[in-house]
Design a binder for this molecule. Structure first.
Ligand code: NAD
Length: 496
């Protein structure tokens, strides 16, 4: 069995803990690799490599760091297909979707290419007579990223590009379910001129995560994953004195108002509900049909479902691949069972797909109508190809449903009414809002983050808030010797 090992100080270092986890090809159900699980001591070695690399990297000029970012961009363009293939092999998403993931990651590199401009400080001349004041932002030191299975390249790129560009050194703890892409990235960064030790990868489970949270050298932790773990990371990390941004799970609603173009809404619902087999934190999970449009909308969505091609990610015809593990597939399928028991209508049952029950972890597209707020399918983040339709009478009911939901990652509203949209963006307690756009993932020069149980911490991820997160401010108040203005003054310093 091929092994996936740590990347420390610019090279692969096999783990010595004797603990490993299995990695599968979700399309075939075969175990293809085993991944090393680090001990706390091994995490310490990785952190030591990152700490050793920090002084020189932090002193490297902005123009050189920007140049390295441009090189990373070039290599990502050149190796896009190889990286996408590595994602598909262990995550299962179709190749076109994996290419999209790499592209969105690459946008973060492009943003970080502008690091000299992003780190520009402020300068006030003559704040007091002969005194100037200026602000600078400096890197934190060693920072860590802990990432989920569903974007094995993009989410690490959300974090590492800004972290490194700002002058920090980075320790990545990728998901143990699909860790392969992290090493493709590690080689690419090395080839782009990132010095050894500036980017490191440590594989593992809770043991490695806890060691990261406890390590006093690590200054900041970025996390993306499910809400219970995000909360744990935030509480544990901040208690240990670290800066933490922890992005959690989601339950994204798509409100369809009565005046919406229902064909456009149905296309969007299918694309955003089943893309990447629903394993996206910005996937649409619940359609909220307002007024008397639900029957028409459900019919239009159902009409489109037989055309969705389910198959292995390597099949160029396939639009939706398998789920990441057998356990996760079974858990998702369980919502079809519980929804029927709880009184919902199963319009399309993904368990009837011919691939379901085979060796691969497939589940076909599923549509559940007449879902209510009390049902498991509504209350839980399903994270699979299951779309629920909730019927409400008014905009106010739809808004209340979204605002009462504990998650607040993404939301979309479909309508032709500009006034309704304006009111909605004012009222809704969600961090990322789509107007006739079902998956409103902000471009790299804005920042990504939800509200409520979808994010713990102050800063959203990447973009300007990413730069804020990975640096700290310093303000210098300076006077240059001028004997003519020098005098003893024991009063509190004030401007003159
Ligand atoms: P997960 O929470 O199971 O795992 C995320 C990371 O935490 C992994 O690196 C994993 O090894 C680690 N981890 C798992 N259990 C742990 C424990 N008990 N203690 C310490 N660390 C632990 O999430 P996942 O299943 O990999 O990813 C899917 C989840 O991530 C979904 O809930 C999804 O909504 C969320 N997600 C959120 C965003 C966002 O931006 N808000 C983006 C992508 C995914």
């Amino acid at each position: 069995m091929e092994r996936i090992s740590h990347w420390i100080g610019g090279k692969v270092v096999p783990g010595e803990s004797g603990r490993t986890g299995p990695v599968f090809n979700p399309a075939t159900g075969e175990q293809t690799h085993e991944v090393d699980f680090a001990t706390a001591d091994e995490v310490g070695q990785v952190v030591a490599a990152a700490a050793e690399a920090f002084p020189a990297w932090r002193a490297t000029s902005l123009s050189k760091r920007s140049d390295v970012m441009f090189q990373i961009r070039e290599l990502l363009e050149d190796r896009k297909a190889a990286l996408a293939a590595a994602i598909t092999a262990q995550h299962g998403k179709v190749l076109s979707d994996a290419m999209g993931e790499v592209q969105r990651g690459l946008e973060n590199v492009e943003f970080a290419c502008g690091i000299p401009n992003l780190l520009k400080g402020g300068f006030t001349e003559q704040a007091s007579t002969g005194v100037d004041v200026y602000s600078i932002r400096q890197p934190l030191g060693v920072v860590a990223g802990i990432t989920p299975f569903n974007f094995p390249a993009m989410v690490p790129l959300w974090m590492l590009t800004n972290a490194i560009a700002c002058g920090n050194t980075f320790v990545l703890k990728p998901s143990e379910k699909d860790p392969g892409a992290s090493l493709v990235l590690a080689e690419l960064l090395r080839d782009a001129g990132v010095p050894d030790g500036v980017f490191n990868v440590v594989h593992g489970d809770k043991v490695a995560v806890d060691a990261i949270l406890d390590d006093p050298t690590i200054q900041a932790v970025s996390f993306v994953g499910s809400t219970p773990i995000a909360k744990y990371i935030y509480e544990h990390g901040t208690k240990a004195g670290k800066r933490v941004q922890a992005l959690g799970g989601a339950k994204n609603h798509m409100i369809v108002l009565p005046d919406a173009d229902l064909d456009m809404a149905a296309d969007a619902a299918v694309s955003a509900g089943y893309g990447s087999a629903g394993e996206r934190c910005m996937a649409i999970s619940a359609i909220v049909a307002v007024g008397g449009i639900a029957d028409d909308l459900v019919e239009k969505i159902a009409d489109r479902l037989p055309k969705v091609k389910v198959g292995p990610g390597t099949d160029p015809e396939a639009e939706m691949g398998p789920l990441v593990t057998r356990e996760h597939r079974d858990k998702v399928a369980g919502y079809l069972e519980s929804s029927a028991e709880q009184g919902a209508t199963i319009v399309r049952d993904g368990r009837e797909d011919s691939r379901y029950g085979g060796d691969g972890f497939f589940l076909g597209v599923s549509l559940i109508d007449h879902v209510t707020g009390e049902m498991d399918a509504y209350r839980d983040e399903i994270f699979g190809p299951v779309l629920s339709v909730v019927r409400v009478d008014t905009y106010d009911e739809a808004l209340k449903m979204v605002n009462d939901n504990p998650y607040g990652n993404g939301v979309a509203i479909f309508t032709r009414d500009g006034g309704a949209v304006r009111q909605f963006q004012f009222d809704v307690n969600v961090g990322m809002v789509g107007v006739n756009v079902p998956i409103p993932v902000p471009v790299a020069y804005y920042s990504f983050g939800g509200w409520k149980s979808s994010l713990f911490g102050d800063n959203h991820m990447y973009g300007p808030e990413g730069i804020q997160f990975y640096t700290r401010g310093k303000v210098v108040t300076a006077r240059w010797p001028d004997p003519a203005t020098s005098a003893v003054d024991l009063g509190f310093p004030r401007t003159r």
